[in-house]
Design a protein around this ligand. Structure first.
Ligand code: FAD
Length: 418
């Protein structure tokens, strides 16, 4: 693996950063691979890395229609947490957290994982009671969780509205100290570079438009750069899961919706943790550059556009100012959108499909960034062995037929209301 000494870093800086080598190759697609992964987002790239690293399967291609990091992996608000309640989710997301804790070392790439803690606010005694239930379940599973009363929340977050006229008074909160944020594009680049070093071909500007079939089995993909044959095909296309699923003959229980994110002009350090409003659609953290990074709920109608509406901007701004009146005169620098693949129970799918040769990783809704390491780990296992990994065994496609759903929308940015 390429390493840089302090001297070479200085030389690159003084030469105007013109001499850097490519972080990953730009190969021509081969005619055939053992595994083809469609989608070069966090999940596709992590899957390719763990296929090589954990299973020794290196004849792998990741096909990306745009560029690495152009999808949701580079458009999210980077929150990583493992505060889930339901069996299946609890263990899976905690495993992901443990992988995050060693990810920079595993990839030899600084993903800037910052365990600054996440606080979710409670605005009534009943809500705090529900959070206590969640905290107890987390602790019984060996996951850190604390219940804070109003005064403890105030000590952590004095900038919130604790006045008598606050729209939704703060009663307390649930805090996970190991939660935090990571640098999203570094995650994509780190996995891409590490997968490439194992011999994985990362092919950008290569859109999959159809599938190659031999009888009922999928044996490859048709792309804008020619036909590529594959022993197995894995889909990891996030907001386009239902589109590609339909081309394979699958009618998936997934809808695509837009979620927006926002960043303000930079401030001195103010928000030390990740904070989520428990009464409206709003959550916030502060970036290393000082900008406040925040988001809210979905735009509310189906779309494949990577941009949102002004109505949603207004809703999120209203919630922001209700919780933090001190930021009402701050200027918004940018906002953008990403396309979410929403499942009916808000839980993902890592599963073989009824179509022989085709495996699915999708339905991550608005919470898939934190899942990236565990998702890649488990999907690689599924592709390598044909069997679900024990940690993702509950995320079958079949659950929507059998009724064994994992209904935990309560983990999303706005469903803390439930
Ligand atoms: P993507 O990066 O979208 O990768 C899918 C790739 O597939 C794309 O690059 C796309 O171009 C490619 N593709 C699609 N169709 C084709 C085709 N036909 N051929 C080839 N390639 C194709 N999650 C969290 O855990 N924490 C958060 O704080 C958080 N905040 C979010 C905020 C916003 C505004 C958004 C938009 C999302 C947020 N998420 C968050 C969700 C998270 O970003 C996603 O669940 C996750 O990134 C999806 O997986 P991915 O990284 O593989 O997706």
């Amino acid at each position: 693996m390429q390493r840089y000494s302090a001297v070479s870093l200085l030389r690159h800086a003084l030469s105007g950063h013109k001499g850097w080598g490519r972080a990953w190759r730009a190969p021509e697609p081969k005619r055939s691979y053992d595994v083809v992964i469609v989608g070069g987002g966090g999940h596709g790239l992590a899957t390719a890395f763990y296929l090589a690293e954990n299973h020794g399967i290196r004849n792998v291609a990741v096909l990306e229609k745009g560029w690495i990091g152009g999808g949701n992996v580079g458009r999210n608000t980077t929150i990583v947490r493992s505060n889930y309640l339901l069996d299946g989710n609890t263990q899976f997301y905690e495993f992901s957290m443990q992988l995050w804790e060693g990810l920079s070392q595993a990839l030899n790439f600084n993903v800037m994982f910052s365990q600054r803690g996440q606080l979710v606010l409670a605005h009534s005694a009943d809500q705090l009671d529900a959070f206590s239930h969640r905290a107890n379940i987390m602790r019984l599973n060996g996951i850190d969780a604390e219940i804070l009363d109003r005064d403890e929340v105030r000590r952590l977050t004095p900038y919130l509205d604790f006045s008598d006229t606050a729209r939704f008074p703060i009663a307390g909160g649930i805090f996970q100290g190991r939660a935090g944020t990571a640098r999203h594009d570094a995650v994509a680049w780190g996995y891409a570079r590490a997968a490439d070093r194992h011999g994985v071909d990362i092919i950008q500007g290569c859109e999959v438009t159809d599938f190659v079939r031999d009888g009922g089995r999928i044996t490859g993909v048709v792309t804008t750069r020619g036909t590529i044959h594959a022993g197995r095909v894995g889909l990891a296309v996030a907001g386009h899961t239902s589109v590609l699923g339909a081309k394979a003959g699958l009618d998936l229980p997934i809808e695509s919706h837009v979620l927006q994110a926002f960043v303000t002009e930079p401030l001195k350090p103010l928000v030390q943790h990740v904070v989520a409003y428990g009464a409206d659609h709003f959550y916030i953290s502060q970036s290393d550059k000082g900008g406040l990074v925040f988001g809210g709920g979905l735009d509310g109608f189906n779309s494949y556009a990577q941009r949102g509406t002004l109505a949603a901007v207004r809703d999120v701004a209203e919630a922001a100012v209700a919780l933090m009146p001190c930021i009402s005169r701050l200027r918004l620098l940018r906002h953008w959108g990403g396309v979410m693949d929403m499942t009916p129970d808000a839980s993902p799918i890592i599963s073989p499909t009824p179509v022989d040769g085709l495996h699915l990783n999708g339905g991550w809704c608005y919470g898939g960034f934190k899942a990236t390491p565990a998702s890649g780990w488990c999907f690689a296992h599924t592709l390598a062995t044909g069997e679900p990994h024990p940690l993702s065994a509950a995320y079958t496609l079949d659950r929507f037929r059998t009724g064994w759903t994992i209904d935990e929308a309560g983990a999303g940015p706005y469903a803390w209301l439930q």
